[in-house]
Write a protein that binds this ligand. Sequence first.
Ligand SMILES: [Zn+2]
Length: 231
Amino acid sequence: MFSIQDEIGCYMACISGSGLLPIISASVLLALLLFGSYLGAKGPKVRIYSFTAAQLCMLISIGMVVSSMHCSRMLSIEIYTAYAIISTVLILFLPRIYYIVLIRRYGARPIAEIMEWPQAFVDSLGKMEKSPGTREVYYYDSAVPRAFASGKAIFLSMGLLEIMEKNELKAILAHEAWHLRHNTRTPLLRQLSMITFTGNRSENELEIMADIFAAELVSKNAVESARIKLG
Ligand SMILES: [Zn+2]
């Protein structure tokens, strides 16, 4: 009869008997460290690489576990299924809630605390949509002019607020709001990083579309002068 205790006992015996236990433990540990680095990384490239590497380490560990099994494979299949479900949930869900981590990390505050219109402007964009969702505008203390969006939030640095005219800020907000609205069209790996508004616009289809939206809503000049200031 199937007993989970027997299964685990056999499982442990198989793994330790195969001599792979140190490598498996090291690989799982490495995966956890890489995942921690993914959560803590600021640079989009570091985030993408550490996430991918963490996934690979986990898959290699599971592969080694499965290959060292001699008893019933029930538990392997269950562990693999659990891992597949958890990582799918993480991949689909984490980018959507990651902005909560960002708010803490940057010590971001709702922008309404210092100025009223940006949140009202973003709310008014939301009302034009079929399924309006709430999008919050935050500011954070940094002299580096920077704007980015993640999940349900748009982040503006103090440095950005200082150098931009109202129309330029509107253009940036419209651009970022467009990204958030079209998040499902953003490639997965880009969702894992942050969507930034930078001076050097890459020839990226999404960037161009976000700019077109901002230009229609505010003005082409505002989009361009905002980009020049960030240059
Ligand atoms: Zn963009």
